[in-house]
Design a protein around this ligand. Structure first.
Ligand SMILES: [Zn+2]
Length: 462
C-alpha cells in the first residue's frame, strides 16, 4: 500500500511500525458548533482508511481527540450564557451524533483535552528542560528558533512566517513566531494549576500530549484536514520531536469541502449542517457522496451534485436489492475484487475503485436480465463487499436498523396522533369515559400523553 505523506511530499510505501498493527491519531473537533458537512468529511475519509486497513488484515488503533477547551468555546459560552463545559459537552454530542448518522466506526478512544492536563504539564517540563520552551508571566511558549526543523512539515522558512496569532500580545515572546503552549488565566476563565501559574492549554500542546499518552513515542499515521498542516501540525511535530519523541511516521491530510471554490465555513448558515442535509438525502447517500471523491481532492458541494450522487447510489442499491431478492443470502467471505483492492492500495484511490464497482454492477444487471443467477450471486457478493469497505453496504444491519427505526417511528407517530385526535374529540363531546379509556389504552402500550398549552404531546414511558 502506498500513501501520500505530506511531510515528504511523496507517495511512500506504507509499512506499519509494528507488524500487523496500525496506530493512527486523527485531530478531532473543537466542540463549539454543530458539525456541517465540511467538518465531517475528515471523519468519513479516515473511517474509510481505517476500514480498508482492517479489511487488509491490520488491527487498527484509532485515537481521535476532542478539543473541549478553546478560545472559541469560551466565546460561545459567553454568547449562549451557559458554562463552557456545557457548551463543550453539548457540541461533542452533536459531533458524535453526526459521525454515527454517517456510519463512522467509533474510534478506539476519544480523549478530551481537559482530561490530559497532567500529561501536558509533563511535556512542557521536558521542553523547558531541553531548552525548547520558556515561561513568561504565566504563559509558556515554544521557542521556534530552538528547533531546526521548524517549518519543514508545511514547507516554509521561519523567516517567512507571520507572528503566531495565539496570544493577545507579543511582548512576552522571544520571537513573535513563538507559539503558546500554555496561556495564563484571565479572570473568570477556567484554569488549571501548573508550576508556572494557573492557566489553560494551547490547542497544539493538547494533541502532542494525547498522541503520546495513547500511542507512545512513535506511531504510524497522523491525520487531519488540510487546513491543520500549519500551524497546528507544524507545532505538534515541533513539540513532540523537541521533547524526544519520533512522533508520526506518515502525515495524511484530507482536502476540503468547498462551496464556490472556497473552504466551507459555518458562516454559510444552517443548511449545510449534517442534521439538515440528511433531511434532503438519506444518510447513506450523504456518506456515499462524501466518500466518493479522492480524499486529497476538494469536493465542491452543491445540492445538485448531492442529488446526482444519491441517484447514482440508488442505481447500485437497486441492483443489490433486486439481486438479493433473486438469489437470497450471499456468501460475503469471498475475496475482494483485485482491481478494487489495487486502487485503494494506491493512496486510497476511491474514484478508481468506484469505476471497478460500477463495472461489477453493470455485469450483475446484465446477468439479472439474462436470468443467470450464478453470476448475479457472485456480483451481489462482490459489490456488497466493495461497498462495505467504503461503509455504504445498504444491507449492512447498521444501515437497515436506522432506516427501519426512522420509518417505524413515523408510522408510530401517525397512529398515535390518530388516537390523540379521537381522545380530543371525545373530550370535546364531554365523553370523558372514552377519553380516559384512550389515554389508558396508550399507557398500557407504554405511551404517555402530556397535555400542554401547545396541544397534546406523547412520549415513550421510561
Ligand atoms: Zn490536533
Amino acid at each position: 500500500m502506498r500513501l501520500y505523506d505530506t511531510a515528504s511530499r511523496t507517495l511512500r510505501e506504507f509499512t506499519p511500525l509494528t507488524p500487523g498493527h496500525v496506530s493512527m491519531y486523527v485531530c478531532g473537533a473543537t466542540v463549539q458548533a454543530a458539525p456541517h458537512v465540511g467538518h465531517i468529511r475528515s471523519g468519513v475519509a479516515f473511517d474509510v482508511l481505517a476500514r480498508w486497513l482492517r479489511y487488509s488484515g491490520y488491527q487498527v488503533t484509532l485515537v481521535r481527540n476532542v478539543t473541549d477547551i478553546d478560545d472559541k468555546i469560551l466565546a460561545k459560552a459567553e454568547t449562549e450564557n451557559r458554562p463552557w463545559w456545557a457548551v463543550a459537552a453539548y457540541y461533542e454530542r452533536e459531533f458524535q451524533n453526526a459521525y454515527a448518522i454517517l456510519g463512522c466506526t467509533a474510534p478506539t478512544v476519544e480523549p478530551r483535552a481537559t482530561g490530559h492536563i497532567t500529561q501536558m504539564i509533563t511535556l512542557m517540563e521536558q521542553l523547558i528542560d531541553r531548552g525548547h520552551a520558556y515561561a513568561a508571566q504565566g504563559d509558556v511558549y515554544f521557542d521556534v528558533r530552538s528547533f531546526v526543523d521548524y517549518g519543514k512539515l508545511s514547507g516554509q522558512r521561519i523567516d517567512d512566517l507571520l507572528p503566531a496569532a495565539d496570544s493577545a500580545t507579543d511582548s512576552r515572546k522571544k520571537d513573535p513566531r513563538d507559539f503558546a503552549l500554555w496561556k495564563s488565566a484571565k479572570p473568570g476563565e477556567p484554569a488549571w494549576p501548573t508550576p508556572w501559574g494557573d492557566g489553560r492549554p494551547g490547542w497544539h500542546l493538547e494533541c502532542s500530549a494525547m498522541a503520546q499518552a495513547y500511542l507512545g513515542n512513535a506511531f504510524d499515521i497522523h491525520g487531519g484536514g488540510l487546513d491543520l498542516v500549519f500551524p497546528h501540525h507544524e507545532n505538534e511535530v515541533a513539540q513532540s520531536k523537541a521533547a524526544g519523541c519520533d512522533f508520526a511516521n506518515f502525515w495524511l491530510h484530507n482536502a476540503w469541502v468547498t462551496t464556490s471554490g472556497e473552504k466551507m465555513s459555518k458562516s454559510l448558515g444552517n443548511s449545510l449542517l449534517v442534521t439538515e442535509v440528511v433531511k434532503r438525502v438519506r444518510p447513506i447517500e450523504l456518506r456515499w457522496y462524501l466518500a466518493s471523491a479522492h480524499y486529497r481532492s476538494n469536493l465542491e458541494f452543491s445540492d445538485a451534485a448531492l442529488s446526482e450522487a444519491a441517484v447514482s447510489f440508488g442505481r447500485i442499491e437497486n441492483f443489490i436489492r433486486r439481486g438479493s431478492e433473486v438469489v437470497g443470502t450471499v456468501d460475503l467471505s469471498v475475496s475482494i475484487n483485485a482491481d478494487f483492492a489495487a486502487a485503494l492500495n494506491d493512496d486510497l484511490n476511491v474514484p478508481a475503485a468506484l469505476a471497478v464497482l460500477q463495472n461489477a454492477v453493470t455485469e450483475g444487471n446484465s446477468a439479472l436480465a439474462a436470468g443467470d443467477t450464478a453470476t448475479v450471486a457472485t456480483s451481489v457478493a462482490a459489490v456488497r463487499i466493495m461497498l462495505d469497505v467504503l461503509g455504504v453496504d445498504p444491507l449492512n444491519p447498521a444501515w437497515s436498523a436506522t432506516t427501519d427505526d426512522g420509518v417505524l417511528g413515523e408510522i408510530a407517530d401517525a397512529l398515535i396522533q390518530q388516537r390523540i385526535a379521537a381522545r380530543s374529540a371525545a373530550k370535546a363531546d364531554k365523553d370523558f369515559a372514552t377519553a380516559d379509556a384512550i389515554r389508558d389504552e396508550l399507557k398500557n402500550l407504554g405511551v404517555v400523553l402530556e397535555d400542554s398549552a401547545d396541544g397534546v404531546r406523547w412520549n415513550v414511558e421510561r
